[in-house]
Write a protein that binds this ligand. Structure first.
Ligand code: GLN
Length: 303
């Protein structure tokens, strides 16, 4: 079957799952999203793109952005970053305070919220109070200068980020954060509010399938960092569902509570899916199934 037919087959097969689960309701702009949306896009490393459903509609990428800020922090900070954040799967919720306490103030990995705050702190230490370099990376990786944060989502995130603020202040109390915790939280919330479509996400994450090269050919990160980011996504990218996701899908991936998931087959393709209904671990129900079917029908996975 050609890729276009595979995507059409998957879209039809996941239809009964679209709308299942719960749409993120912690801020009004996300709670208002129609749960019946579903999109899937695949971009091969040779540039061939295929898409089905709502794959060109922009949505809130939320925690998918944590991979992009980590890429920038690894570049700016080098290995010293790992003194302040670990690289092990969490096994607890992405916003757990208990885990941060248990881990002595050093977040388990950069994909959970506490870890992403440390990553953002590292970025800001090099750039000043906003995270423009992360946006620059996204724009360079996608070759699209129009990509930006959704102001309404960002404001709502900042207004309601009580748990994230608690994590940031707790990190500060442990001495793990260097900068001002509230500045870090605001930059983190703005990053979570990036709006992108499945097709745009495939382009933005192409560098993880090509050893660091954007679709334009520009090397945006080193081959070694691309390998490391894929490893972190595989083990930590879908939080406490990492084991089940690896079993079912078999690809490094990163999810967000907006219902998006990006998955990478190094050397071959990037896939991105969007459907807002989330399972109990905060990962898209229909999106996870779409990716499971993609690796099943194409016979391609890292395993
Ligand atoms: N903005 C969300 C939060 O910080 C992002 C979480 C997610 O996408 N998993 O809670």
């Amino acid at each position: 079957m050609d890729t276009g037919s595979v995507l059409s087959t998957i879209a039809a097969e996941v239809q009964p799952l679209v709308g299942q689960g719960a749409v993120a309701s912690y801020i009004p702009p996300l709670a208002a999203i129609d749960p019946a949306r579903f999109g899937l896009a695949v971009r091969a490393t040779d540039g061939a793109e295929h898409a089905v459903g709502d794959a060109t509609e922009r949505f809130s990428i939320q925690s998918i952005a944590k991979v992009l800020s980590l890429a920038v922090a690894m570049d700016l900070e080098g290995d010293t970053l790992w003194a302040r954040v670990g690289r092990e799967p969490s096994g607890t919720a992405f916003n757990s305070l208990v885990q941060l306490e248990a881990d002595g103030g050093v977040p388990r990995n950069p994909m959970i919220n506490a870890g992403a705050l440390v990553v953002m702190d590292a970025v800001l230490a090099h750039t000043g109070p906003d995270a423009t370099p992360v946006l620059d990376l996204v724009r360079a990786a996608t070759d699209d200068a129009t990509l930006t944060v959704d102001g309404a989502v960002a404001e709502a995130e900042i207004a309601t980020a009580h748990r994230t603020r608690a994590l940031a202040h707790y990190l500060k109390a442990f001495g793990t954060l260097r900068g001002d915790p509230d500045t870090v939280v605001e930059a983190y919330c703005r990053l979570c509010a990036l709006s992108m479509s499945c097709v745009e996400l495939c382009r933005a994450f192409t560098f993880l399938a090509t050893g660091g090269h954007a679709p334009s050919g520009q090397q945006v990160i080193s081959t070694r960092q691309a390998k490391r980011l894929n490893a972190i996504m595989l083990t930590c990218g879908v939080y406490d569902e990492a084991g089940d996701f690896a079993y079912r899908v078999g690809l490094p991936a990163k999810s967000g509570v907006g219902g998006g998931i990006v998955a990478v087959m190094p050397g071959e393709f990037v896939a991105a899916t969007w459907s807002p209904g989330l399972g109990p671990r905060g990962n898209s129900v229909a999106g996870t199934m779409a990716l499971e079917l993609l690796t099943t029908y194409t016979g391609r996975s890292v395993f």
